[in-house]
Design a protein around this ligand. Structure first.
Ligand code: SAJ
Length: 416
């Protein structure tokens, strides 16, 4: 079978590589650099297993679609921050791009996250510009991706999948295709339900993270260690609390909940959870301010450890670290950034020693494994003041305390 994948990013490329094991797969991306990298067998981003899979595969990439039996759309859905709504321009553009290549019996699958109703109201009319009718001449399904960056290959194989079909045949055809590499169960439903399920999943995670972030703030007030409390609460058979952190980033959880609220006035908990998580950088800022006031530090320099949205990835989309940096700059503080995984960012990425030289406070924003091994003695030789705020509880606390550092860990109140 000939398959054309549109969008060769964090999901599209791994999916193309998995499918290329048993099908003739073409990749399409508007960015020439990505296409060149893929054809040159260079992984365009960090993902465990990606380099090896790319080297072994016969995937070919182009900057335009290729006539195929199946088209899979894996482009990002943008988020309009001003109005807190999905911006579907890439999805629309991808559909418009494949229209000239469509033939009878083609199956079109949307993996990109979309607002409920998009397939019926936006995708179908665009596809039908080809003169072919959905459910009659061509077939349309929504199969939202569910893989976690950093563990993508394992998850695209083993996770259960939800396939929404615009009719039964569309769902059956998509199920058949995914069966070629998915080991999890494939559940079929309507296209609108599949759109909704995906948004519910990420919203659930956002709400749960907001809850533990609120617990972390309370624990600091009460004077206990929230992580110990969470561990104990999780001993209950029906409680499963997540981990507090500096806010929620990434292209999905930080934006998807707004796709559910954009056309209703009847949601409250979804909006509040977003506000709590978006408020975490301001909370971290208030902790930093307190340190500077208490220790009488004027014109401080702050070093941010980690700008990736989570540990061991190079992705900085929607990272809460960026919000924190901007807030620090607004205070007139000097900000330096260190991230061993990230290659490109809005602010200069400095080597470790340069980033910590003469700093007054290190704020750990990301749980990169590498941070566990940062040497306390070496750090103490470079900094001006020995202060750390660790929002991830990742640093080797004992070593830094022995070196005379003051460490504040998010969610740990005084006396712990
Ligand atoms: N985070 C916390 N505490 C936690 C877990 C996460 O603060 O206990 C933060 C992370 O640091 C990060 C953000 O949340 O900033 C999101 O990270 P994540 O690892 O929870 O999720 P993503 O965005 O990498 O991937 C999610 C996944 N969705 C769910 O777990 C419901 C993934 O399965 C989806 O495929 C992906 O979104 C997507 O593309 O929608």
């Amino acid at each position: 079978m000939k398959i054309c994948i549109i969008g060769l990013g964090y999901i599209g490329l791994p999916t193309a590589l998995m499918l290329s094991k048993s099908h003739n797969v073409f990749g399409c991306d508007t960015k020439e650099e990505i296409v060149e990298n893929i054809n040159g067998k260079n992984p365009p981003f960090i993902e465990p297993g990606l380099e090896e899979m790319l080297k072994k595969s016969n995937l070919r990439a182009f900057t335009h679609p290729v006539e195929s039996d199946v088209f899979i759309i894996c482009v990002p859905t943008l988020f309009n921050k001003e109005v807190k709504m999905a911006d579907l321009k890439y999805v629309k553009r991808a559909i418009e791009e494949i229209v000239p290549y469509l033939r009878k019996e083609n199956l079109i699958i949307i993996e990109s996250t979309i607002t409920p109703g998009t397939c019926e109201k936006i995708v179908t009319p665009l596809l039908e510009k080809s003169g072919l009718r959905v459910n009659k001449d061509i077939y349309l399904s929504h199969c939202p991706e569910r893989a976690m960056p950093g563990n993508t290959f394992y998850e695209i194989i083993h996770n259960n999948r939800v396939v929404g079909g615009s009719d039964d045949k569309s769902a059956d055809l998509a199920e058949e295709l995914y069966k070629s590499f998915v080991k999890g169960t494939i559940y079929k439903t309507s296209i609108r339900t599949a759109e909704f399920v995906k948004l519910m999943e990420n919203t659930t995670r956002d709400v749960n993270i907001a809850l533990v972030n609120e617990f972390a703030i309370l624990a600091e007030e009460i004077g206990i260690n929230v992580r110990e409390a969470i561990e104990l609460a999780n001993k209950h058979p029906r409680v499963n609390l997540l981990t507090p952190g500096p806010g929620v980033g990434g292209h999905c959880i930080a934006v998807d909940p707004w796709f559910l609220t954009e056309s209703t006035v009847n949601t409250r908990i979804i909006n509040t959870a977003r506000e709590i998580n978006d408020g975490m950088p301001r909370y971290i800022l208030s902790k930093a301010k307190k340190i500077f006031v208490e220790r009488n530090i004027k014109d401080p320099t702050v070093t941010i450890f980690g700008v990736a949205y989570k540990g061991n990835v190079d992705d900085t989309r929607e990272t809460p670290a960026l919000k924190l940096i901007k807030l620090c700059e607004k205070e007139g503080w000097n900000v330096k950034v260190y991230d061993p995984c990230v290659k490109e960012f809005e602010y200069p990425l400095l080597p470790l020693e340069e980033a910590i030289r003469d700093t007054d406070l290190i704020i750990v924003e990301t749980d990169h494994t590498e941070f566990k091994n940062i040497n306390a003695k070496m750090t103490s030789n470079f900094v001006r003041n020995k202060n750390i705020i660790d929002t991830r509880n990742i640093m080797n606390c004992k070593e830094f305390l022995d070196e005379g550092f003051e460490i504040k860990i998010l969610g740990i109140g005084k006396g712990n």
